[in-house]
Design a protein around this ligand. Structure first.
Ligand code: TRP
Ligand code: SF4
Length: 400
């Protein structure tokens, strides 16, 4: 039995991570690692769906990205960090799920058309790109993860994952001997317990009584004479569904990062408006000093409006209340200049960055250690992935 609830998420290694990734995703990953059993992986195959013509970019970024994760505070002892392409089990599950997945499910995932429009310079009319969300489903289902912390843009992929799991369980969650085994399990119960089970089941199946369904796990938990496989059978007989071989995950929506890019749009390397997590000090100073501000402040004596200024968004993330008040009133009264206003932001970014640089340093010095962390995590992940694949093959009847 899994004790802690399991979390899984991944990122594509297409460039140095920036402060948008840190505030939008990584901080949350770090928080979760002490609360749940966390699996975090480098989605290098997913990166290939868009970068198949420039795979060297991926190669450069796989281990650099893991250093960014470690810099943010992921602890290899607390979470499992691994590399997707070292686990062919993901590809196997993807292939098996693909057999029963209607094309229309993939074609209607919004990111499919959106990304094709946005990345016009790339030919994304590939089979691999269409299959992107199904590969993601395999990533998630193979670990039976209950939670997937991702941004809003990935919610439709988690929804597809749920559909794929449901379909799999409906198709393969029943086996020929199940009925007899269910009866045998029921025969192990005392008469009044069996009668209670039947009455609960009837309430659920005939009247849709949700409370009856909720009572079932607690009721079954009492019986030490039943194996977990037998309890699963009784659950499946109860709710009329196949056994849950694969687990339907839930999305853990990460709040959109409040930190925009330097120009106020979403922070993204491709917009050229990003600050990398491990960017050097000089460059951070220059970038913030040259950030656009409220266009109304042409001269130092022109008052401005913080709401029209991206620097103000940075104050929201990086400054305390007194500093924010100082900035807002100084801006509106032209009491401070924009460079003055930006200085506390620069200081805070550098202060936030300091421990990250310190955590990254040993790995930058000895990149071999990063490889070892990933190799150890991958070995750990493989145990779970292989166990699920045995169940999947078994359920599908592929053990001939
Ligand atoms: N598609 C995700 C992204 O672009 C990366 C990813 C791949 C992922 N497989 C996953 C995220 C499984 C969560 C779970 O951000
Ligand atoms: Fe922006 Fe600050 Fe300048 Fe106002 S004073 S425009 S908030 S940088």
């Amino acid at each position: 039995m899994q004790v802690k609830e399991r979390v899984l998420s991944g990122m594509r290694p297409t460039g140095a991570l920036h402060l948008g990734h840190y505030h939008g995703a990584l901080k949350n990953w770090v928080r979760l690692q002490s609360q749940m059993e966390c699996y975090y992986f480098v989605a290098d195959w997913h990166a290939l769906t868009t970068h198949y013509e420039s795979s060297e970019i991926i190669e450069q970024n796989v281990y650099e990205m893991v250093i960014d994760w470690l810099a943010a505070g992921l602890e290899p002892e607390q979470c499992t960090i691994f590399l997707q392409s070292r686990l062919p089990e993901h590809a196997e599950l993807f292939t098996l799920l693909a057999m029963g997945t209607p094309m229309s499910w993939l074609e209607r995932v919004p990111t499919y058309k959106d990304q094709q429009l946005q990345l016009k310079d790339k030919d994304l009319s590939t089979y691999g790109f269409l299959g992107y969300p199904l590969l993601q489903a395999a990533d998630i289902l193979i670990y039976k993860a209950q939670y997937v912390p991702v941004g809003e843009d990935q919610a439709s992929h988690v929804e597809l994952t749920r559909e794929a799991a449901r379909r799999f369980n409906d198709l393969y969650g029943r086996r020929p001997g199940d009925e007899a085994a269910t009866l045998a399990a029921l025969a192990k119960l005392a008469k009044e317990d069996a009668r209670y089970y039947h009455s609960l089941r009837k309430k659920f199946q005939e009247q849709g009584d949700a409370v009856a369904l909720q009572k079932l796990p607690g009721f079954l938990a009492k019986f030490e004479q039943l194996s977990s496989a037998e309890k699963e059978l009784l659950t499946s007989h109860f709710n009329g569904k196949g056994r849950a071989v694969l687990v339907e995950p839930q999305v853990l929506l990460t709040q959109a990062s409040k930190l925009p890019g330097l120009d106020g749009r979403k922070m993204s390397k491709s917009y050229g408006n990003a600050i990398a997590m491990r960017e050097d000090k000089k460059s951070i100073e220059t970038k913030v000093r040259t950030m656009p501000t409220d266009p109304a402040r042409v001269k130092r004596s022109d008052p401005g409006e913080p709401e029209r200024c991206p620097v103000w968004q940075f104050h929201q993330v990086y400054s305390d209340e007194p500093t924010r008040q100082w900035a807002a009133s100084g801006c509106r009264s032209a009491g401070i200049g924009c460079l003055e206003c930006k200085q506390p932001v620069i200081d805070s970014i550098l202060r936030e960055q300091q421990p990250m640089l310190e955590r990254a340093e040993p790995y930058v010095q000895a990149p071999q250690r990063v490889r070892e962390i990933v190799a150890a995590g991958t070995d750990r992940a493989r145990i779970t992935a292989q166990a699920t694949m045995r169940e999947v093959r078994d359920a599908m009847g592929l053990n001939y």
